[in-house]
Design a binder for this molecule. Structure first.
Ligand SMILES: Cc1cc2nc3c(=O)[nH]c(=O)nc-3n(C[C@H](O)[C@H](O)[C@H](O)COP(=O)(O)OP(=O)(O)OC[C@H]3O[C@@H](n4cnc5c(N)ncnc54)[C@H](O)[C@@H]3O)c2cc1C
Length: 390
């Protein structure tokens, strides 16, 4: 097995790093944790788009580059390593584009793909509802036919970035009388449509990036329907695998990992750097090994996609492992920092920009968002191990 990248891929990685270094130096962005979840910068996304690093695996006829998933992974790995603000481009690049390529109409592809590629439009993901998270097929929001359009009524919740995005991808019930998996369809809805109201939610860290989105007789043209009516559930499965199998599941708080290592080298206790304390040394080494394991689980998926194979239980497996690793990283950073680690970012004395406190709080969400670890273990059991499952 050859683990090396091609010379072109090594060059691509160098190029992405040089760009991110330069932009950081110029002040276009500051490194942050969770920057793919809440780092909103249309300016940065446009710059990344101009470099041609969004939608790289997509067909050239829509502005993509026809590159491999391995190339895409190299780009996303560097964006996450630098903690660059990429929320505005993330859902479009990761899952909406691929969905449109597979199920969208030619008009939808021509309309949306080039704009996603240029970093000009942003999507929010409207799947979960107050009573439909793990059991997504139990969703209640209705999209009923009306004079050739659809009328939307109902609510979505936990919709990241909806207060800033241009469009929301939605799964809605189009046949209330059909069995629950059979009456669901996928849509793209303009968030500025009359009848759509976005209400921000404050999370445990005090930040606002999640939302409730309400639909009150919001009229959506038929051109917003993705793929076949009432076949949404079957179309969505591959998209969820894309959502779960990216390096963000291992690298969301990666800047904290680098910062805490640096801290242990620079901070002394009893005249010795903390990095020479055998317990701290051992724990950080363990985290490094786990990080590499998580990384390789995700590289394996990119390799499968490059070979034309779709991930299945592998996506679930990588997310379970990666998100639990990131919680251990946050906890270890907090242990190393001691009481001062609890200071949050707006405290002038907070070490490491308050990242340890923020990460300890927010990393709780990693094993919930995008499918909980319990649900994903069911996927591994059923699809991976062939055990009886729901
Ligand atoms: C920070 C954050 C960001 C999010 N962003 C988005 C977003 O942008 N768009 C979006 O649509 N959604 C988003 N979500 C929602 C997320 O997908 C759901 O929270 C998740 O799927 C869980 O659903 P739930 O919250 O309804 O919990 P529930 O489904 O009610 O689950 C509650 C508990 O029961 C367990 N459980 C449920 N069913 C089973 C079962 N069959 N077997 C074993 N255990 C089970 C779960 O694992 C969990 O521990 C986000 C969530 C968070 C926390």
């Amino acid at each position: 097995m050859d683990f090396r990248f091609t010379p072109q891929q090594e060059e691509l990685r160098r190029e992405v790093r040089a760009f991110l270094e330069a932009e950081r130096k110029q002040g276009t962005y500051e490194t942050d944790i969770d920057a793919w979840i809440e780092g909103w910068s249309p300016e940065m996304s446009k710059k990344i788009g101009q470099k041609g690093w969004i939608g790289v695996t997509w067909p050239t006829q829509y502005g993509g580059r026809g590159w491999t998933y391995m190339d895409r992974l190299i780009i996303t790995e560097e964006l996450l390593r630098y903690g660059a603000p990429v929320q505005a481009q993330w859902p479009g690049d990761r899952q909406i584009g691929p969905s449109l390529i597979k199920y969208g109409t030619e008009e939808q592809r021509k309309e949306f793909l080039p704009k996603i590629i240029k970093g000009e439009i942003a999507f929010a993901l409207g799947m979960s509802e107050p009573e439909a998270g793990s059991d997504l097929a139990g969703l209640k929001i209705r999209a009923m036919g009306k004079d050739g359009d659809f009328l939307f009524n109902g609510q979505k919740v936990w919709t990241g970035g909806a207060h800033k995005a241009d469009y929301i991808y939605i799964v809605a019930r189009t046949d209330p009388d059909a069995p629950k998996h059979k009456g669901i369809s996928e849509f793209i809805v303009d968030l500025r449509s009359p009848g759509v109201t976005v209400k921000p939610l404050v999370d445990i860290t005090g930040r606002t990036h999640l939302n409730e989105v309400y639909f009150d007789n919001a009229r959506v043209p038929r051109s917003g329907l993705i793929g076949q009516i009432n076949r949404g559930w079957y179309q969505i499965i591959a998209q969820l695998d894309y959502e779960r199998s990216g390096l963000e599941r291992v690298m969301s708080n990666y800047p904290l990992f680098e910062a805490i290592q640096d801290y242990t080298r620079k901070t002394t206790r009893n005249g010795k750097p903390l990095s020479e304390d055998p317990v701290i040394r051992n724990n950080l080494a363990e985290l490094r090994v786990e990080y590499e394991v998580g990384r390789w689980l995700i590289y394996r998926i990119a390799w499968m996609l490059t070979q034309g194979k779709l991930p299945n239980y592998e996506a679930a497996e990588s997310k379970i492992f990666g998100t639990a690793y990131q919680q251990r990283l946050a906890a270890e950073a907090m242990r190393i920092l001691g009481l001062s680690g609890q200071l949050v970012e707006d405290s002038p004395r907070a070490p490491l920009k308050g990242w340890a406190a923020r990460s300890t709080m927010f990393s709780l969400a990693y094993t919930i968002m995008g499918g909980t670890s319990e649900i994903l273990r069911n996927v591994v059991a059923g699809r991976g191990l062939g055990m009886p499952s729901e």
